[in-house]
Design a protein around this ligand. Structure first.
Ligand SMILES: CC(C)(COP(=O)(O)OP(=O)(O)OC[C@H]1O[C@@H](n2cnc3c(N)ncnc32)[C@H](O)[C@@H]1OP(=O)(O)O)[C@@H](O)C(=O)NCCC(=O)NCCS
Length: 181
């Protein structure tokens, strides 16, 4: 049986673990890597998933782009814990947080559109995103190791969009226990 997972906003002490979860998935070229320092700078964005022993086994970020638009990013689960619904719970918690913070829409860029379409995200043309949002993403991309530029810059990323309803979405089958987002 899968362990109970608790999802909470990240604290300063979680920055190194978040960076480690991202690093553990470094073979996934679609996932941007962040140092602990970079995570600390954006700490308010991050949610963490903890297992019953209190160990961080997943993370995700929600970044405010515009008053009504936020990016969901850095969605990652420790490799040996994947496939247990933790990614789904993190995505659900991101949407709860975004809704609570007043965002009406969330977007993301991914090389795994199949996964996110299962959770109601729909592909969009990247050029439909507001220019400041695209520019921020471009700046973020060129701060990554060069190997991550190519998929991001030359079309391997699918940009996706979801309009948030006021009520929990249909992918809310697994409640994020203890989520305070
Ligand atoms: C993508 C990721 C966050 C999913 O988290 P997870 O906890 O493993 O996924 P869940 O347990 O919520 O969902 C598993 C389900 O999604 C499906 N799934 C996984 N990857 C998929 C993909 N690329 N396309 C379509 N479905 C996918 C699984 O087959 C499984 O289906 P099932 O429930 O019918 O058996 C995780 O695999 C991960 O961290 N990957 C590496 C980092 C990454 O790629 N992050 C995305 C940013 S680009």
């Amino acid at each position: 049986m899968n362990e109970a997972i608790t999802i909470t906003p990240a604290g300063r002490e979680d920055a190194a673990s978040i960076s480690s979860v991202l690093a553990a998935n470094r073979d996934d070229l679609g996932l941007f890597q962040e140092s602990s320092t970079a995570v600390l700078r954006a700490l308010g964005d991050f949610l963490v998933a903890r297992n019953e022993a209190g160990k961080i086994v997943g993370c995700a970020g929600v970044h405010r782009d515009l008053p009504e638009l936020a990016e969901v990013y850095a969605v990652a689960v420790t490799p040996r814990c994947q496939g247990q619904g933790i990614g789904q719970q993190l995505l659900q918690a991101c949407q709860q947080r975004a809704r609570a913070d007043g965002f009406r829409h969330v977007w993301l860029a991914t090389v795994k559109p199949g996964y996110f379409s299962r959770h109601g995200f729909q592909p969009i043309c990247r050029w439909k995103l507001p220019a400041p949002v695209l520019l921020r993403k471009l700046r973020q991309t060129i701060q990554q190791p060069v190997g991550r530029w190519l998929p991001a810059l030359f079309g391997r990323h699918t940009f996706m969009w979801k309009t948030l309803g006021t009520a929990p979405t249909s992918d809310s089958g697994t409640e994020a226990k203890g989520n305070s987002a």
